[in-house]
Design a protein around this ligand. Structure first.
Ligand SMILES: [Zn+2]
Ligand SMILES: [Zn+2]
Length: 324
């Protein structure tokens, strides 16, 4: 395993045309870019514009916190052990997660409170989060990371996810790309073991024209070839769905779909979809923000019979009794 990593790293350094396998989060801008994009997308036409503005404030708070955050890095031995077992380099789902993320949560709540007038519902939620003990908070974190829907508290989850994101994005931004193992599991982040939120076809420099799936936890982007399911690796039964004007002619509809900056990529093999954005059509496209802000596309694709490969970490479904 270690041998394979060394070889891959050497090949990448010798061949300037090699596709960059990873794009690590940019510490100085990662959450600020999300906040800016969320505000851009929170226009009057968006059915959840108020929520997007609240989440933009949360992303801003994440960026301020990240600037001074310094989570303990795993030891060299732990990193090498995970490499040998083709395990994520700093797995998030572990009993050795430590208390750093809970400190991050309380600092984010301070920021949200300081930002100004809280609705009664939000004030109540903040109070509820503050009253939870360490065990209850860690149980929520585990349920979120393991996608155990029935145990997730949908109202509290975005804030808990935001705190976890600060810790793991901090780690990912400081990890040496060459240390990151190759995993056998498709669609899993090799840095933290979480699942991607959406993908982006990038423009610029070494990334030009390549598609990356962005991790919903640590924001690391992993290269994934186009027209391939990011959930099960299938290349069969892939289809694309885009919002089109309902009163457009069929011809106009297909033209609109061809030029759409955001689509949903569905897979008939596993029945799921993830969204994909094209930076050449929307330069500020940000996978995490654009995924959250495009609820109407989710409705369209779910009407077509597909389900999300994973929930957005800031928008958990409210389960009905039938779902549980
Ligand atoms: Zn990750
Ligand atoms: Zn699939």
């Amino acid at each position: 395993m270690v041998q394979r990593i060394v070889e891959a790293a050497r090949i990448e350094s010798l061949d300037p045309s090699a596709i960059p396998r990873l794009r690590m989060p940019e510490r100085a801008t990662v959450f600020a870019a999300r906040a800016a994009r969320l505000l851009q997308l929170a226009d009057a036409n968006n059915p959840i514009s108020g929520y997007l503005r609240l989440m933009a404030a949360l992303a801003d708070a994440q960026q301020r916190l990240l600037a001074s955050f310094n989570a303990p890095m795993p030891s060299r031995e732990t990193i090498e052990l995970n490499q040998r077992h083709s395990m994520p380099i700093v797995p998030a789902l572990t009993d050795t997660r430590g208390p750093a993320w809970r400190d991050a949560l309380f600092m984010l709540l301070d920021s949200i409170e300081a930002a100004g007038a809280l609705t009664p519902a939000l004030a109540q939620l903040v109070a509820r989060l503050r009253a939870m003990d360490s065990a209850a908070l860690d149980a929520q974190a585990d349920a979120i990371l393991a996608l155990r829907f029935a145990e997730v508290d949908p109202a509290a989850a975005p804030f808990i996810a935001a705190a976890l994101q600060v810790v793991w994005t901090d780690l990912a931004s400081r990890i040496d790309m060459k240390d990151v193992p190759y995993l056998d599991a498709p669609g899993v982040c090799p840095v933290c073991g979480s699942v991607p939120v959406a993908s982006i076809v990038r423009v610029g420099g070494a990334y030009e024209g390549y598609r990356y799936a962005q991790c919903g936890l640590c924001a690391t982007e992993l290269h994934v070839v186009r027209a391939k399911c990011t959930n099960c690796d299938s290349t069969k039964g892939i289809a694309y769905h885009a919002m089109g004007s309902t009163d457009a002619s069929d011809e106009d509809k297909s033209e609109l779909a061809r030029r759409a900056p955001l689509k949903a990529e569905s897979c008939d093999e596993c029945g799921t979809y993830r969204k994909i954005g094209y930076q050449e059509r929307a330069y500020d496209f940000e996978p995490y923000a654009d995924d959250l802000a495009s609820l109407t596309l989710d409705l369209l694709v779910s009407d077509a019979g597909y389900r999300r490969a994973a929930p957005h970490p800031w928008l958990w479904p409210e389960l009905t009794e039938d779902d549980q």
